[in-house]
Design a protein around this ligand. Structure first.
Ligand code: FE2
Length: 200
């Protein structure tokens, strides 16, 4: 199975003003497409050709840096588009997930604060995450194309803090971008679905 670029699950201007059409056109049509094309070229002839994406990501980590970077970013971006929706964010979190967040992290407000802080303090390019690790919800941050998948955890929410994700709309104000993501963009229903799968 080769990699292919999924369509955005909403119109290019659906996330404005928090994420503009221009950002989504560059981010999805150019950056994500480049990971797909480079990943397909680097996958050819390797032991991971034909394997499911998660297996390619986990298998190539630490073994084939070029392939890992592109496959990892392909995985991260497939989910990133689905982790946002118009009119998202806020505190409308599915019940089972909300209960788990409160139990493991103290409160929804604390989870949001820690998530934003992880993104703000990720030095250089990378991602901040909510993940299920050892049966608990954890806030994580990773560099470049890495994700909780290669650190023994299952991601359920991630925010892209590469500059290509926010520089057009927020310039250098990464904290403002992260706050807008949490307050207005997160598709908590999709996070809840990934939590349910990760908990099985
Ligand atoms: Fe990105």
């Amino acid at each position: 199975m080769s990699f292919s670029l999924p369509d955005l699950p909403y119109a290019y201007d659906a996330l404005a003003p928090y994420m503009s059409r221009e950002t989504l056109e560059y981010h999805h049509d150019k950056h994500h497409l480049a990971y797909v094309n480079n990943g397909n070229n680097l996958l050819k002839g390797t032991e991971w050709e034909g394997k499911p994406l998660e297996d390619v990501v986990k298998g190539s980590f630490g073994k084939n840096a070029g392939l890992f970077n592109n496959a990892g970013q392909h995985y991260n971006h497939i989910h990133f588009w689905k982790w946002m929706k118009p009119g998202g964010g806020g505190d409308k979190i599915p019940g089972a997930l909300e209960k788990k967040i409160v139990g493991d992290l103290g409160s929804v407000a604390k989870m949001k604060e820690d998530f934003v802080q992880a993104g703000v303090t990720q030095f250089g390019s990378g991602w901040c995450w909510l993940a299920v690790k050892d049966g608990k919800i954890a806030v994580m941050k990773t560099a470049n194309g890495e994700s909780p998948l290669v650190h023994g955890a299952q991601p359920i929410l991630g925010c892209d803090v590469w500059e290509h994700s926010y520089y057009i709309d927020y310039r250098n104000r990464r904290p403002d971008y992260l706050k807008a993501f949490v307050d207005h963009l997160v598709n908590w229903e999709h996070v809840g679905e990934m939590f349910d799968k990760a908990s099985k």
